[in-house]
Design a protein around this ligand. Sequence first.
Ligand SMILES: Cc1ncc(COP(=O)(O)O)c(C=O)c1O
Length: 417
Amino acid sequence: MVSADFSVHPGAVFAEAIGNDRLDLLTDYPFTRLATLLAGVTPRANTAPVLLSVGEPQHPPPALIDEALRANTAGWGKYPPVGATPEFRAAAGDWLTRRYALPAGLFEPERSLLPVSGTREALFMLALLAVPPRKAGRQPAVLMPNPFYAPYEGAAVLAGAEPVFLSGTRETGFLPDLDALTPELLERTALFYLCTPANPQGAAASAAYLAKAIGLARQYGFVLAVDECYAEIYLDTAPVGALQVAAGLPQGDNPWANILVFHSLSKRSSAAGLRSGFVAGDPLLIGRFSRLRSYANAGMPLPVVAASTALWRDEEHVEENRRLYRAKFAAAEAELQGRYGYYRPDGGFFLWLEVGDGEEAARRLWAEGGIRVLPGAYLSRNNPGEPNPGERFIRVALVQDAETVGQACAAIVRILG
Ligand SMILES: Cc1ncc(COP(=O)(O)O)c(C=O)c1O
């Protein structure tokens, strides 16, 4: 667990920079890298492409969305308020209280919740809020899993922090090893992005793990950002959440101190195009985030707010979604038969398959089967002295229907052996 050397990033551009040259410390975004890898590779004739690279659910979005949008067209003429509407906050807050069995009244949506236009923008913007110029007299650190969701790194780097990549391997249960964090690092940590269930590995943090992370955030004074956007896609048991764990800890005046959780309708409601989610937790941080967002955020259009309110109030479509994912995992399992280190994830809709050289596997699957998957290395970084935890893997997003998923997995076995 050492921070990476940015000067060796593949794809980094060191041409004379205009403006903020921190941008040049980033690689191309994972899907741009995939497009570059596969440019010029033509799938064999007569193979219809099967896109399993992007985590964009292909189930039809619930009809509720259209109904709410049509009933609220007057809202297109208005600038949206930073906090959306009281109805939105109540619907999302009630959902949090139901989903995580929070004690009645403990979570106060008026003080502790803000709408976000998809969690990506808010996860990114959070670093502007959380990262001071110096922490413990040094450059602040932003901790994140490795592999990780790319915006965490972009946010850390552009906020002037050092991103620190905490590898999640089979040995660590595919989550960062909290016991390996040194006091020296924790003292200068400003922000820790934790993803549970994790993208890409699907591992869900236990209550004990989350309690430890919360304890560290409070002891060392950093923001714990828990990305729970896959929390509703699970096969067996609903993963615990950070607010649920915090509610069970000994309480001072602020039960959510140092914690922000991020939830999204993109996966829960198969509505990635709606760009709708929320951030919730520590009212002090939410208050400051609201102030920042008054300057920076576009706001969630009011018809979208109305549709989102209806979705957070409805569970039927989410149960149906889970049923569809169970069928897809069953189809994948029947074909993979435990190959490539297959395991059943705690949550999310990704297969994280150990195939040897992930980039080569992605290229072959596209060329020979028209199957588009993401090399694991595009989601991970090298830490000096450690193997890259993504390079032997591919990420396969089970976003198509069960039959297509089954056929694609059969093709993966045929092509990769
Ligand atoms: C781990 C993780 N967090 C956040 C997001 C952002 O989702 P959205 O901006 O659609 O809410 C994604 C999307 O793929 C993701 O995989």
